[in-house]
Design a protein around this ligand. Sequence first.
Ligand code: GLA
Ligand code: ZN
Length: 667
Amino acid sequence: MKPSFFDHIIHGGDYNPDQWIDTPEIWDEDMRLMNLAHVNSATVGIFSWAMLEPEEGVYNFDFLDEILDKLHKNGKDVILATPSGARPVWLSQKYPEVLRVEETGIRNEYGVRHNHCLTSPVYREKVQNINRRLAERYKNHPAVKMWHISNEYCGECHCDLCQQAFRDWLKVEYHNSLDELNFKWWNGFWSHQVTDWSQINSPKFRGENHVSAMKLAWRRFVTDSHISFFENEIAPLREITPDIPVTTNFMKLYDGIDYQKFAKKLDLVSWDNYPAWDRGYNEKEACDTAFVHDAFRTMGGGKPFFMMESTPSLVNWHNVNKLPRPGRQELSSIQAVAHGADSVQYFQWRKSRGGHEKYHGAVVDHCGHENTRVFKEVSHLGEVLEKLSDVVGEECNSQVAVVADWENSWAVKYFCGYNNDHRDYFDECIKWYKAFWKKGVSVDVISMEDDFSEYKLVVAPFLYMLKDGTKERIESYVKNGGNFVTTYLSCLVDKDDLCYLGGFPADNLKDIFGIWCEETDSLPDTMKNSVSYSGKSYDVVKVCDLIHSNGATVLGEYEEDFYKNRPAVTVNNYGNGKAYYVAFRNDGDFADEFCNKLSGEASITPDCSIKAGEGISVRKRGNLIFVMNFADGEAKATLDREYTDVLNGKALSGEITLPICGYLVLE
Ligand code: GLA
Ligand code: ZN
């Protein structure tokens, strides 16, 4: 059991009492309802800036004082937000430079949110001012337990300040040398040599957008801009409230920012989880969501994370907003806990009366009382979470890692060639992840810069780009006994998208994998090839490499076309380990069956011996085993011994049947 910031599972969510300033009796009603709902926490102030600073330099904390006191009196923990995600109108009016400039070069007018310039010194100063005031005022408030920094950092700005900041960033990246930049960006192509830093602008649709190295640099710059904006925001908090942890809420597999880099700056990683349940693909949604939970858990160094938002019923931003069926939100929340979340939080506590999100799900609906299905379900879940506090702080032990690298996802997206219609990088990662998820084997989702050495098996699908040091790290991992798998179109370019010369996979990796890739074929959606592997035939779709074995054992071969009988799956013994190359894409069960075999060879043991039927996900965290039914009907599992059902204390053994959305927590 590792130290945690809390000794119980946080159950609560975004609370916007500032919207109800004229009806303070609602605030008291909120306290009564929170108690009924077994809610123990509230996240406040996310969008309160205009209320806290109604005029420049004029602060009014009355409402927040009162709310924090009320929450504290009612035993609630407060997660206090910094308000930079949405700023007051007066600020944009007086200082237009804080407004974001879109890729078109046109400056936005005031509106919506998340639309500020990341570089503007004025905005950074104003944000620091309000944050300093908040920290000073509430540093000793007993309810305040964590900082929620801004909200869902995202997007980018193309204003003159950001252009200059980009150029300054490039000067550092390329050692103040335009020669180096021209070389790394291969600017001799199409006569794009830059002769002065001032000639470089952000990638734009109507400007430079075909230099993939530049687009990679821009993404890295945007990531660093967010991080430096964040560091500027938290500077006064670190100074005044050094003991209060900070987090910011990430968004699923959002690729505008390198989350794997940003996460290192947080005391605790958190994310907003909005699966599209009950649309006929629940098992896929469950696996995708599990992958994201594991990615954020791994990003936080394996420590528990927070599920900062989820909806207690529907959202309002799908085209068609389907109600999740009864029990779905509870199951979805339990899944988060099973994968390492120490919180179940909602957007939002109470539905707003007006504004853009008034039809978004909330714990308290417009009817205002507790006699709703959703309220009762939330309250039931709150009771359940109270019984699971032993799991708080517990980590998950993973024998397997899947590399899903944010920077590689950009590189995969930006190059032009082969099958331009089907890149699907994260989906490819999930395909391999799923093979283990289905078997209840915990998987870490790592970047290519993370340590491989603690895993028995590392699967790096579509590892197109190699960052500095990755080749060497693969080599030492395999040499020291690791099992490393990669797939088609892997190990082609360096971090600037420059192809390695001398054949693929790059440099020393040809020896490690014992193969050489001569050509890559792409298959239109109407065509396929197949591969024979272990007595079965598997479809080859979208893309495949034509490789030669240079010492690797051939495990599978193509069955059609001019490359019939050439290797498609290989393994090479290198040092004490093994390096596997899967040269083709398969959208069926190849990954599944291949991983079955690998699990045996790498002596990967299931985290527990419960046999899960179709649709059931089994997951161990600490001493608890979560058995969750994501099927669209009832589903079965077989218990390998007697367990105690943690929620009712009863003994259970043998075959069990879970109803739709049913789950068990066993010990
Ligand atoms: C995001 C935001 C919230 C809210 C929800 C709606 O996660 O952070 O403020 O808009 O979406 O689903
Ligand atoms: Zn800007």
